[in-house]
Design a protein around this ligand. Sequence first.
Ligand SMILES: *[C@@H]1O[C@H](CO)[C@@H](O)[C@H](O)[C@H]1NC(C)=O
Ligand SMILES: *[C@@H]1O[C@H](CO)[C@@H](O)[C@H](O)[C@H]1NC(C)=O
Ligand SMILES: [Zn+2]
Length: 717
Amino acid sequence: MPDLAPTSHNLSSNEFKRLNRFGITCKGLFIPSVQQYVSDGDSANSSSRPVFPVQVLINGLAETIQWDWNVRRDSEKHIMASNIQWRSVWLMLLFASTIAAGPVKRRSTESEKAPSETEISQIVEWIEQRYQQTKAHQTLAAWEYGSNLTEFNLSKKTKAAADFAEVAKAVAEELQQFKTDQLTNATLKRRIKKLAKLGYAALPADQFKELLGAIASMESNYAKAKFCAYGDATKCDLSLDPELTEIFANHREPEELKYYWVQWYNATGAPVRESFQKYVELNRQAALRNNFSSGAAVWLNEYDDSTFEQQVDDVIEQIRPLYEQLHAYVRYKLRQKYGDKLVSPTGPIPMHLLGNLWAQTWDNIADFTTPFPEKKLLDVTDEMIRQGYTPIKMFQMGDDFFTSLNMTKLPQTFWDKSILEKPTDGRDLVCHASAWDFFAIDDVRIKQCTRVNMREFFVVHHELGHIQYYLQYQHQPVEFRGGANPGFHEAVGDVLSLSVSTPKHLKKVGLLKDYEEDEQVKINQFYRAGVTKLVFLPFAYTLDKYRWGVFRGDIKPREYNCKFWEMRSRYSGVEPPVVRTEQDFDPPAKYHVSADVEYLRYFVSYVIQFQFHRAACALAGEYVKGDPEKTLNNCDIYQSTAAGNQLKEMLALGSSKPWPDAMEVLTGERKMSADAILEYFDPLYQWLLEENKRLGAHVGWTDSQKCVSHPIDFMAA
Ligand SMILES: *[C@@H]1O[C@H](CO)[C@@H](O)[C@H](O)[C@H]1NC(C)=O
Ligand SMILES: *[C@@H]1O[C@H](CO)[C@@H](O)[C@H](O)[C@H]1NC(C)=O
Ligand SMILES: [Zn+2]
């Protein structure tokens, strides 16, 4: 079930802490990042990168920029024709090592006219080599550090990252000079567009440095947050991970939860308000320099579709009725437990009672809110242990799933070079599961300190989804070796997990025995999935909708905090446990806000994975619309070459085409839509409609009163 799928957001391990401390995540680097995906899209929610390498990086980049800037200013005075000569010389300097090593010949004497399309194509090919080498080098250094945390490896990693940033910037500036409008070859145009992205590096050196500094200070503030234990002022070494995370997952005493909530939001928010404002201002400058109207446009540009924001809004509208039913039911259960005084029958839910600091998923409170508590929940961990499962065996089964679909078998190097179990040689490493592409052929690896249990069994499939994507698009040029849009990569792994986690599949592979599946058991399963995947959607939506508003200037600094809570309340029906004011500043309490990481990708992944699942299930003959025997939520695509072949074709495109083209290959659809996720959850929806009626649970919620602009007025009132 998706409730146990690898995208769960309640991580609390020590590995995690380490992961974040050293900044190895798939989404958090300032510079063009290493291609790797951690198992939990959202999970980098604690702490951050160390200040040291960031500083080195900033200095390194600042130098590069200074140098480039002067060169560029000169170059802009010349017309295209004379630029050619300059470019040749400059590129030769820049790529001296490539020239020395390879057969590339640049003809600086023949460059009196503007380059033809063929010539531009050659230049791109040529640049590509160097770009790929540097990126591969950076990835390897990051891997070596992540799997062996020593100072030496860190310095190598930092150096490699700075080298790559330098090359990426040089490449971008170089390619920006071509007038791509006139190119007839769409692929070439797209390659140049991707390689020519400058991002923040478009800022003048001092502003660039200032921007990275502002982000680094937010991140480091987040990372360093420490707290005293509730009711014990002498024990003050608690941090988000593992302590706060575990307390929110398992403790049920409202006063204690409220205490930690306030501690956390106070510590991670208000102190960085100034940095945040600086960040917003410079983010805007960078966007303008890249010819975008705002940072919102920069983020949305990754989705290649001018209607995308509308599609996102539409999804939220589409799921609203189901969300309201789920919300009403959970609020009712919380009132049963905590009473009307704490939980209003008609207002937003006080978020500290939902099992997660951000109330982004509510699966941690499924134990006392589940529809049929007397029924057994699906869990095959004991059976795995009984049958002597090992980490290797889990990966072999994942590999078998892919090959059963006629997809690519894991190459031998995967088995030779991956780290699938926690090493016992005493070294320190980032243990959190991640999947890596080394930008060569057949060099893909996973690093996961795998434990034998059901949750990790799904994580294995999720990670192998990333690996399969890498293998399918490895023939593409490096700038196309990525997901069709930021949501695709995470979605692919989950599509597999949606099949693997069905009782049907688990029975097939001999892991589930004597499991009686009746309607009540199924409702329990869908409920778990709902409080994991469905409630996440309005949360993820708000996080970026809010930041779009801030980036666009629609949300003003004086209303930064209350606008945030207004949106959290409007879309999710939750509110802070205490009154907040504009003296507080709560958005950075979420890692991705502090770290400047776009969040919509997780929203997208959660929606499109159901579209992918539905299409694959139909191809597998496992899903027939309207057939009660072949429903979307009981489909297993195992051994379907029809599904596999189509999936393969979509993945093989990498990011070479706009994502609707890729989606169309598998699903025939060109838009993101909530139809599939709603169909998956329809039995839950029907049950909730009945149940809420039976309980007399109020559906919907009133506006929150928990944020006021002026604390003084409030006190007087
Ligand atoms: C870890 O890296 C250090 C270099 O800093 C190296 O000497 C050591 O052999 C590495 N350990 C392993 C297990 O690879
Ligand atoms: C377009 O460019 C790509 C690479 O840049 C090349 O592989 C392809 O052959 C070109 N297509 C045509 C029709 O020339
Ligand atoms: Zn992932």
